[in-house]
Design a protein around this ligand. Structure first.
Ligand SMILES: CC(C)(COP(=O)(O)OP(=O)(O)OC[C@H]1O[C@@H](n2cnc3c(N)ncnc32)[C@H](O)[C@@H]1OP(=O)(O)O)[C@@H](O)C(=O)NCCC(=O)NCCS
Length: 172
């Protein structure tokens, strides 16, 4: 019987975070705006810092899934101000390793994230941007109650563009 646990990662486990994040960018480059070639150049301070910021759970959140004791999934969120609305968090970095897919791990990560952010009553909704090509991700977001509210053309500094759905989920 598979055992899925959702955890926070202490900054001392930065290498595990880096390895899983790099794996996501290498294996599913079409799902993310960040490029593997850029992320792989980052050092220990960079990865540690991201976990340190998330550890405080004030304006960043980062949770991980372990399947039978092995790290297989990530979900992150951050507040969108100053660029956005004070009541909204933006979901990012969503990834479940290939061998762990289809077991409800992604759904568990998302629901855990929503539950934790709901402890801060000022946040009313989560916003998710997903490329229209990412059918499993769109299905997964819909399965946790997110709805497509817009379709936009996302542009990246290097000139790439992606047709993107903006999805929203009212927080419980
Ligand atoms: C998207 C992703 C995180 C889903 O993770 P997962 O653990 O396999 O998802 P779950 O097993 O929790 O599935 C939850 C729901 O998603 C939907 N879903 C999952 N895989 C799907 C697929 N291949 N096609 C359509 N819907 C799918 C289903 O509705 C499923 O609910 P159900 O099991 O009740 O039918 C994973 O496929 C992934 O990492 N993909 C690559 C990276 C990515 O696209 N990230 C999102 C960037 S915005």
């Amino acid at each position: 019987m598979d055992e899925v646990e959702i955890i926070k990662l202490s900054p001392d486990r930065w290498e595990e975070y880096r390895d899983l994040r790099l794996r996501s960018l290498k294996e599913d480059p079409e799902a993310f705006g960040i490029l593997y070639e850029d992320a792989v150049k980052e050092d220990e301070i960079f990865w540690r810092k991201l976990l340190e910021i998330a550890e405080k759970e004030i304006d960043h959140w980062k949770f991980f899934a372990e399947l039978n004791g092995k790290l297989v999934g990530i979900v992150s969120a951050r507040i969108t101000i100053p660029a956005g609305d004070g009541d909204t968090v933006k979901v990012q970095e969503v990834f479940v390793a290939n061998e762990a897919r289809g077991k409800g791990v992604g759904k568990k990560l998302m629901n855990y994230l929503f539950k934790e952010i709901s402890k801060h009553p000022q946040f009313k909704k989560a916003k998710i941007k997903v490329f229209t090509s990412q059918k499993p991700a769109i299905g997964m977001y819909e399965s946790v109650g997110a709805k497509i509210v817009d379709k936009i053309e996302e542009s990246w500094p290097d000139g790439r563009t992606n047709e993107t759905y903006v999805m929203e989920k009212a927080l419980p």
